[in-house]
Design a protein around this ligand. Sequence first.
Ligand code: ZN
Length: 113
Amino acid sequence: MSELKALVERISKLSWGKDRLEKHRLTLLFAKLAVFKFLGGCCVRCGNTDIRVLQIDHKNGGGSKHIRSVSGMTRYKRLALGQDDINKYQLLCANCNWIKRHENKEINQWPLL
Ligand SMILES: [Zn+2]
């Protein structure tokens, strides 16, 4: 992923002073992309590689509760440092993630026509 290298260069040019918010935003994006790379870089169901729609899915559910309890940066950091079991997660695109939630009855069910 050349995006990671480009991000590191951009981040290194920013200061924690006046550029603090942008540096934090890009650092969070870097961590997210690094975890995407660990997880294969594409949706495990359809192969979509568009990072705008990729999501880290909790294979066995419980993602909403996890997201509410731990910040994004902390979640990405724990995964990148091996402090959380990467095997509990997979990459799904937004469409496949919603389909999986429906199949696993993780959400209120809409009748399919
Ligand atoms: Zn997909």
